[in-house]
Design a protein around this ligand. Structure first.
Ligand SMILES: NC(=O)c1ccc[n+]([C@@H]2O[C@H](COP(=O)([O-])OP(=O)(O)OC[C@H]3O[C@@H](n4cnc5c(N)ncnc54)[C@H](OP(=O)(O)O)[C@@H]3O)[C@@H](O)[C@H]2O)c1
Length: 318
C-alpha cells in the first residue's frame, strides 16, 4: 500500500514538473540584460573565461563589438572556448592570455605583458572562481578560495588600476555570490590553518569580494571608474567540480538552475547598462540591486581586509 502511494506520489510530481516545465524554466532564468549598448572600440578583460559564466559573458560582450581578452589558466581550454565564440559570431575579436590566479608570479607576468601590449582597458570582469576545494594552498601559501577568488583578483586589479583610470570611463565587475551572506572574515585564521570547512572558505572569499568592491568604490570616487559586485544566480556550470554531492544535486535539479548564458546576464548588465554609468559600490543580482548582508556593509571590516590583503601581497595600495 505504502509503495503504491509512493509511486503514485512520484508520478504526480513528475507530471506536474512536466506540465509546468516552461514556467519553471522562465522563472529560473531570472533577469535579462535589456541594454543594447555597443562596445565598439572598447577593450574588456574577463578572468576565467574558458567555461561557464565567464565564457558566456565573453560571447555577449564580443557580440557587442568589444575586443575581449580571455584570461585563462588553461590556455588550450581557453583557445577552444575562443574558437567556439568565433564560430557563434564570426566578427568576434577574442584572444586568450595565460593567467593563473593561484600564483602571484603568473599575475605579475600577465599584467606586465598586458600593460606592454594593450593600451586601453574599459571593462575588467573578475569572474574566475573556485568552490568547495579540498584544503589546498596557492603557490604563495594562501588558502585556495581566499587566494584565487579574493587575493588573486585584488592583485590583478591593483596592477591594472592605472590603465583603467587612464581609459575612463571604465567599469569593474566583481563576480561574488549570495554565499557571501553565510561568510565572515576570520582575520585570526584567514587561511583556515586552524580548522577548515570548504563551504565556509568559499563563503568567506565571496564576502571578501563584496567588501573589496565597496572599499574600492570608495577609493575610486571621482575617477570615473566604477566597481560593482554581482550574484549571478545558481548556475549549472563546472563550479561544483570538487563536490560529487553538489554535482549530482545540480544535475537532478538542473531545470531549476540558470544556464551559464542566463547566469552571465547580471555581469553583462553591470558592464554595459547605460543607467549604471555612475553607480559604484553596489551589489546586483538578476540585473537589479540586491541585498548585501550586514557583514558585507561594514566599512571597518572592508578597510581591515584591504590592509591585510596589501600586507599578504606585499603591496602598498593607498
Ligand atoms: N555557478 C554558480 O551557481 C555560481 C553562483 C554564485 C557565484 N558564482 C561565481 O561565478 C563565477 C564563475 O563561476 P562558474 O559558475 O562559471 O564556474 P566554472 O564554470 O567552474 O568557471 C570558473 C572559471 O574560473 C577559472 N579558474 C579557476 N581557478 C583559476 C585560477 N587559479 N586562475 C585562473 N582562472 C581560474 C576556471 O578555469 P579552469 O576551467 O581552468 O578551472 C573557470 O574558467 C565564480 O566566481 C563563482 O564563484 C557561481
Amino acid at each position: 500500500m505504502f509503495l503504491l502511494l509512493l509511486i503514485a506520489g512520484l508520478g504526480l510530481v513528475t507530471l506536474l514538473l512536466l506540465l509546468f516545465a516552461p514556467h519553471i524554466r522562465t522563472y529560473a532564468a531570472g533577469g535579462v540584460c535589456k541594454s543594447t549598448a555597443r562596445l565598439d572600440g572598447k577593450t574588456v578583460l574577463i578572468t576565467g573565461a574558458n567555461t561557464g559564466i565567464g565564457k558566456e559573458t565573453a560571447l555577449d560582450l564580443a557580440k557587442r563589438g568589444a575586443r575581449v581578452i580571455m584570461a585563462c589558466r588553461d590556455v588550450e581550454k581557453g583557445e577552444e572556448a575562443a574558437a567556439s565564440i568565433r564560430a557563434a559570431h564570426a566578427e568576434a575579436q577574442v584572444e586568450v592570455r595565460e593567467l593563473d590566479l593561484a600564483d602571484t608570479c603568473s599575475i605579475q607576468a600577465f599584467a606586465q605583458k598586458f600593460l606592454r601590449e594593450v593600451n586601453q582597458l574599459h571593462v575588467l570582469i573578475s569572474n574566475a572562481g573556485v568552490m568547495l576545494c579540498p584544503y589546498t594552498k596557492t603557490i604563495d601559501g594562501f588558502e585556495m578560495h581566499m587566494g584565487v577568488n579574493h587575493l588573486g583578483h585584488f592583485l590583478l586589479t591593483y596592477l591594472l588600476i592605472g590603465l583603467l583610470k587612464r581609459s575612463a570611463p571604465a567599469r569593474i565587475v566583481v563576480v561574488s555570490s549570495l554565499a557571501h551572506n553565510f561568510g565572515w572574515i576570520r582575520f585570526h585564521d584567514l587561511h583556515s590553518q586552524g580548522s577548515y570547512n570548504s563551504g565556509l572558505a568559499y563563503c568567506q572569499s565571496k564576502l571578501a569580494n563584496v567588501l573589496f568592491t565597496r572599499e574600492l568604490a570608495r577609493r575610486l570616487k571621482g575617477t570615473n571608474v566604477t566597481v560593482n559586485s554581482v550574484h549571478p544566480g545558481t548556475v549549472n556550470s563546472d563550479l561544483t567540480r570538487h563536490s560529487t554531492i553538489m554535482t549530482i544535486l545540480f544535475m537532478v535539479f538542473s531545470m531549476f538552475l540558470k544556464t551559464p548564458r542566463e547566469g552571465a546576464q547580471t555581469s553583462v548588465y553591470c558592464a554595459v547598462a547605460e543607467e549604471l554609468h555612475s553607480v559604484s559600490g553596489q551589489h546586483f543580482s538578476d540585473c537589479s540591486p540586491a541585498f548585501v548582508a550586514p557583514q558585507g556593509r561594514s566599512e571597518a571590516t572592508a578597510r581591515r581586509l584591504w590592509d591585510v590583503s596589501c600586507q599578504l601581497l606585499g603591496i602598498d595600495w593607498n
